[in-house]
Design a binder for this molecule. Structure first.
Ligand SMILES: NC(=O)C1=CN([C@@H]2O[C@H](COP(=O)(O)OP(=O)(O)OC[C@H]3O[C@@H](n4cnc5c(N)ncnc54)[C@H](OP(=O)(O)O)[C@@H]3O)[C@@H](O)[C@H]2O)C=CC1
Ligand SMILES: O=C(O)[C@H](O)COP(=O)(O)O
Length: 489
């Protein structure tokens, strides 16, 4: 069923306090990132709403931890079914609130369904271990078993670039393990998270206080970072916000997915020039490069450099920029005009320092043309920092080792990729690249929702990817037993 923008205007959105929809005393306007117009408003939580939600989460801790695996699985399955049923509607919300092209928004909905599906399966696989502990004469007769228990209330802060799936990557693991949570979505894209709230509010198996979803200002959200009643803070967003939150988080565990400037090394064309270039285009320009695994630095073996460069320029020039609601749009508006301006400034800084623009390079309002830059010097901001936009830097290299060294020459370390048919080079890259993940024969921008996902260096700490996020939300407890098999009679 086709759903137009006007249908969205008729939907009313609530925040969720202790599982219940609630109106707000104040509102947050939601803008269509293509038209720039306000399309709807959502309630803005007050400090009192936040306090009530934290108290509710604390109260729900016991009830959540004693839910059966089948009950947690059932709640997650309800989300899967509802997202499947409402897929097109939710994709439209994503496109409106984020400016993401509709085909990418549809892809995000399908990925979110996978994320909840994986969690519903993992909910039934939380196991412990048997420990043989008779390791010396002193420990004769000792054995043990371990069990994993939910850590307790989780504080969640999510970004705008995947407003549904990055919420799913926090919410689904929490439900799978039985942790209550309080989530603050990005103020630029609150709708997708509130749809998850709508669905969860129908899950009768979740005890009161299991979840709260609260659009709120950064200032009012300070308790998400500092409140000691939370046992874990999981944050996805910029390094500036993330490292500051970690420094102020106190005793709670902190999971952080931050930025990157992902490198890609083309040693061979795998399987051919056309396929390689198609994957490079996806990595560099998909959703206007607004992903922290956006392929930013492209290293091409010297012998292949000219043909890759020419084919890439040709492919980039064909990308359609415009209305993200149109099926064939590849480049939509960026999240805001000011984000587009900072990308433009990075391009201009690189050019001033000696780079050539091979294609693109211009900004119009919130749109930045898909851009390919050559000869960008090592001290250009575009080389050193994350470009959260549709810009790729291309370099030629002589040896594979040199390319790996260059790829590592950054303070980020999220994902990297290598195109090669040489197994030794695959393992060399896997061993030496300072990242959380190496992708073979595809762009570094690929993510499968069940993989461990996260970075080193300034790119963050810990891993998401349902099973791995669940590990952080669980505490291991051991039962130590001496002489349990001795019967007196
Ligand atoms: N995954 C990634 O790598 C992402 C990287 N970025 C990078 O960050 C830049 C800025 O984007 P922006 O959205 O401002 O990213 P931020 O990291 O500033 O914001 C991400 C989320 O954190 C919230 N937040 C920020 N500071 C605090 C705080 N002190 N306490 C509680 N919550 C807080 C934001 O709330 P609110 O929306 O209310 O301000 C939002 O929900 C982008 O241009 C991009 O470079 C952005 C998003 C994702
Ligand atoms: O594909 C993805 O899931 C994202 O690139 C991950 O989100 P991030 O941009 O915040 O890392």
């Amino acid at each position: 069923m086709a759903i137009g923008r006007t249908d969205i205007l008729s939907s009313k959105f609530f925040m969720y306090v202790n599982n219940e929809p609630k109106e707000g005393a104040d509102f947050l306007n939601v803008t269509d990132k293509y038209t720039g117009k306000v399309v709807t408003k959502v309630p803005l939580a007050t400090p009192e709403d936040i306090e009530e939600s934290i108290q509710g989460a604390v109260c729900a801790t016991k009830a959540m931890s004693t839910l059966g695996a089948f009950e947690r699985k059932l709640a997650l399955q309800i989300v899967v079914d509802e997202l499947q049923r409402r897929a097109e509607e939710v994709a439209q919300y994503i496109t409106i609130e984020s400016g993401k092209p509709i085909k990418d928004a549809r892809g995000e909905v399908q990925r979110s369904i996978d994320t909840f599906q994986i969690a519903s399966e993992e909910a039934t696989r939380i196991n412990g271990e048997y420990l043989a502990l008779d390791i010396s004469q002193r420990n004769k007769g000792m054995q043990g078993i371990t069990r994993k228990f939910p850590i307790g209330p989780v504080s969640m802060v999510s970004p705008w670039n995947f407003p549904l799936n990055l919420v799913a990557h926090k919410v689904a693991p929490a439900i799978a393990v039985g942790c209550p949570f309080v989530l603050k979505p990005s103020s630029r894209t609150p709708l997708s998270a509130l749809v998850i709230g709508q669905i969860l509010s129908t899950c009768e198996s979740l005890p009161k206080g299991a979840f709260s979803i609260l659009p709120c200002s950064r200032e009012d959200a300070d308790k998400f970072t500092t409140d000691e009643r939370f046992k874990l803070l999981t944050f996805t967003g910029s390094g500036t916000a993330g490292w500051d939150m970690k420094a102020r988080a106190g005793k709670k565990k902190v999971v952080m997915e931050l930025g990157g400037n992902a490198p890609c090394i083309v040693e061979d064309l795998v399987p051919d020039l056309q396929t390689t270039v198609q994957k490079l285009v996806f990595g560099g320009y998909y959703q206007s490069g607004q992903s922290c695994i956006h392929m930013q630095r492209l290293y091409v073996r010297q012998e292949l450099y000219s043909q890759v460069k020419v084919a890439l320029i040709e492919a980039i020039k064909k990308l359609k920029m415009g209305d993200p609601h149109e099926d064939d749009t590849y480049i939509g508006p960026m999240i805001s005009e000011s984000s587009a301006e900072s990308v433009e400034q990075m391009i201009q800084d690189a050019v001033k320092k000696g780079a050539n623009v091979l294609t693109g390079g211009h900004r119009k309002g919130p749109f930045v043309e898909p851009t390919l830059l050559e000869n960008v010097p090592l001290d250009a901001v575009a080389m050193v920092e994350e470009i959260f936009g549709p810009v790729v830097l291309i370099y030629a290299y002589k040896t594979f080792k040199e390319a790996v060294d260059e790829a590592n020459n950054t303070h980020y370390g999220l994902q990297a990729s290598v195109f090669t048919t040489d197994i030794n080079k695959v393992f060399y890259a896997f061993e030496h690249m300072e990242v959380g993940g190496v992708v073979l024969n595809d762009s570094p921008s690929v993510r499968v929702d069940s993989q461990p996902y996260g970075g080193l260096k300034d790119s963050g700490q810990q891993r998401e990817g349902v099973k791995y996020a669940m590990e952080d939300m669980l505490e291991t407890r051991v039962l130590l037993m001496r002489n349990v098999a001795n019967l007196v009679h």
